[in-house]
Design a protein around this ligand. Structure first.
Ligand SMILES: [Zn+2]
Length: 162
């Protein structure tokens, strides 16, 4: 028997659903490399160089920085708000960007890259395969809903960084 993936409490590890109109507009790209390097290093230090979601570390480097966002779908235009940076192990980061990970998996003709990401998603959230598929369906709906809202704007004021 499988339980339904809960929609009320967000799972520990989630997939980032970035509207395509915001591609190329991350703070890393907008605020520049110096800003990014300064602030990602602070995030690594604050996290003790361990993943803030699963506690793990990568083989080649321990952690990577990921932007934390809130998505205001009710505002017009809809708004993506940067609320901070989080240190993630490469495995959790690959799940955050599952669409990109899928594309890389196809590009490199290595299905294991994608399968590993799905396995990590299941493991961190304590999910059965059915719950993973249910969540992927949910994420697809979120993506379509955000796309249907048209051109998004972003707001970096909540986290100006250093
Ligand atoms: Zn992790």
């Amino acid at each position: 028997m499988t339980e339904r993936a809960s929609t009320s409490t967000p799972p520990r590890l989630t997939i980032e659903v970035i509207p395509t109109s915001l591609h190329g507009k991350s703070p890393r790209e907008v605020s520049g490399k110096a800003w990014w390097d300064r602030n990602r290093r602070r995030a690594y230090q604050a996290a003790g160089y361990r993943c803030e979601i699963c506690g793990g570390v990568g083989k080649r480097h321990p952690v990577e920085a990921h932007e934390r966002y809130e998505y205001d779908e009710a505002s017009r235009p809809p708004c993506q708000r940067l609320v901070g940076l989080i240190a993630l192990c490469p495995a959790c980061h690959a799940v955050k960007h599952l669409y990109r990970t899928h594309a890389v998996s196809i590009e490199q003709n290595d299905p294991l890259i994608y399968e590993d990401a799905l396995r990590h998603l299941a493991q961190v959230n304590g999910w059965e395969e059915a719950q993973v598929h249910e969540y992927l369906h949910e994420i697809r709906q979120t993506f379509l809903r955000r796309e249907a809202l048209g051109q998004w704007t972003h707001d970096f004021h909540a986290f100006p960084g250093e």
